[in-house]
Design a protein around this ligand. Sequence first.
Ligand code: SAH
Length: 214
Amino acid sequence: MSQEPPEKMMFQLTLRRRGISDQAVLRAMEEVPREVFVAAGDRGHAYRDSALGIACGQTISQPFVVAYMTEQLQLRKDHKVLEIGTGSGYQAAVLSRLCAHVLTIERYRTLADTARDRLEALGYFNIEVMYGDGFDIPPGAGDFDRIIVTAAMEQIPDTLQRRLEPGGILIAPVGPHHGTQTLVRVTRKDSGFERKELVDVRFVPALPGIAREL
Ligand code: SAH
């Protein structure tokens, strides 16, 4: 049996202690090597439960938040998932272990290209990384069983909710760009969109359009 390094054991323990109980989610968090997704100088901190800076002034989310949002999505092996805000590609990697296909969109070309190369090198072939604007998903991409937004939105655009399949779930941090947001879960029911507020979180802002900088 392979010996787990102590920091990876602590990582799992922290997630469990904070309330993550879905075994499949815990397994996915164990399987995806977070050290590959953080900046080279941060490798030693990859298994701490904190957000870290990445290129283009963005962040890789805190592991607990990644696990929590993933758990709330109630993923199934046949699901087609959309992520807005690729960043490092870490959240997409975790999702990809639990569903059929992930389309992830990023407005910085540098981040999209780096994440694509990284995910390919890891052999995560059921992820498509798109350079583009999450507020303007090409109609050809179709609809999704699950949508996860990993950047703060002041409100959830109706056009985005409408990309959910019947019974579909969307999770997004909703609130002011600077400050605290609330994680909101929207479920598409026959009768309309059902909304539930979950926990307070802090994300970098979702900005319209592709980034002018690389
Ligand atoms: N999920 C990422 C962390 C996301 S940080 C990870 O696991 O590492 C939020 C990301 O959303 C940033 O990279 C930011 O550039 C991106 N973003 C912000 N607004 C966007 C938009 N309109 N379309 C696509 N990506 C966007």
